[in-house]
Design a binder for this molecule. Structure first.
Ligand code: ATP
Length: 256
C-alpha cells in the first residue's frame, strides 16, 4: 500500500495567508482525524488530497509519485472519497450506486460482472442498507444515503479512505458501526483520513489528529499529543471541561 503524503502543502483559502504548510504522511494502518471549526479548510484539504483541487503550494504524493503524475484511474484505485454533500440528479438504485465503486477496476464500457455485484452486495450488507438495494437513492433518508455513500467506497476497496464527516446524519448505533468498520479497514492495512466535527468521536477512534486553525495554523501528530485542552479550546474558541471515561478523554463544553 502506498502512503499518502502531504509535502509542504498550503491549502488555498481565498484571502487567507499561507499559514503553516502541512507536511505529514498517512501510513498504512493509521486512522487520522481532521479537526477544526467551520471554514478552517477541512473539506478543501480533503479535495486537495484526492487530487480534485490544486493546492496553493506543495504537493500530494501517493507513494513515490505526485498525484499530478498519476492517471485518474490509478488514483481512484488507491484513494476513495466520501463527500460531505452529494447530488442525486441521476435516478439510480442503491445497488447501481454501490456498483459505481467498481468503475476504477473495469475497463471503459466493460459491464460489471457477477463478482462485482457480489462485492457491492456485501458492502451494502456491511453498511446495513442491503434491504434497500432496489430503492432509488433520492428516496432515502439522510442517514441511509450516507451509509450508501460509504458502501460505495467499500465496494471501491481503496487503500486510503478520505471521508468528509462520515458520521453526518447517522444515529449513534450507525456512527459507531461506521467508525468500527473504518477501524477494521485500518487494521487490515488500509488507512483512513477523515474530517470530524465530534471531538469525542475523534478522541476515541483516531490514532492521529490534524488540527486546522482558521488562520492557517496547524499541528498534527499522535492523538494523545494533540488532545491538549488548551489547544482544543483555542481551536474551537470554546471553553472545555475534560473528564476521563473508559481510558479516553471526554471533552464537554462549559455552559455559562
Ligand atoms: N470556491 C470558493 N470560493 C470562495 N471561497 C471558498 C470557495 N470554496 C471554499 N471557500 C471558503 O474556504 C473556506 C474553507 O472552506 P471548507 O469547506 O474547506 O471549510 P471546512 O473546514 O470544511 O468547513 P465546515 O466545517 O463548515 O464544513 C471557507 O471560508 C469557504 O467559504
Amino acid at each position: 500500500m502506498n502512503p499518502l503524503r502531504a509535502k509542504q502543502l498550503v491549502i488555498d483559502i481565498p484571502d487567507r495567508a499561507d499559514g503553516q504548510p502541512l507536511d505529514f504522511t498517512v501510513e498504512p494502518g493509521q486512522v487520522w482525524g481532521v479537526l477544526g471549526p467551520n471554514g478552517a479548510g477541512k473539506t478543501t484539504l480533503l479535495h486537495i488530497l484526492a487530487g480534485l483541487r490544486a493546492p496553493r503550494k506543495g504537493t500530494v504524493q501517493l507513494g513515490e509519485h505526485s498525484l499530478s503524475e498519476l492517471k485518474r484511474r490509478q488514483i481512484s484505485q488507491q484513494l476513495g472519497l466520501v463527500f460531505q454533500d452529494r447530488q442525486d440528479g441521476f435516478p439510480a438504485t442503491v445497488l447501481e450506486t454501490a456498483l459505481i465503486g467498481r468503475h476504477p477496476w473495469l475497463s471503459p464500457w466493460q459491464m460489471e460482472t457477477g463478482e462485482d455485484e457480489r462485492i457491492a452486495r456485501h458492502a451494502l450488507e456491511k453498511l446495513d442498507v442491503a434491504h434497500l438495494s432496489d430503492r432509488l437513492v433520492n428516496t432515502l433518508s439522510g442517514g441511509e444515503r450516507q451509509r450508501v455513500a460509504i458502501a460505495t467506497v467499500l465496494t471501491q476497496a481503496p487503500d486510503t479512505w478520505l471521508l468528509d464527516e462520515p458520521t453526518n446524519h447517522l444515529d449513534l448505533h450507525h456512527q459507531v458501526a461506521v467508525l468500527q468498520l473504518l477501524t477494521e479497514q485500518a487494521r487490515s492495512g488500509r488507512s483512513v483520513f477523515m474530517c470530524l466535527h465530534d471531538l469525542n468521536l475523534a478522541a476515541r477512534w483516531c490514532d492521529h489528529l490534524l488540527l486546522l486553525f482558521p488562520n492557517g495554523d496547524a499541528c498534527w501528530g499522535p492523538a494523545e499529543r494533540m488532545l491538549v485542552p488548551a489547544a482544543l479550546e483555542r481551536l474551537y474558541n470554546q471553553e472545555l471541561l475534560t473528564v476521563e471515561v473508559d481510558g479516553a478523554p471526554l471533552f464537554v463544553p462549559v455552559k455559562r
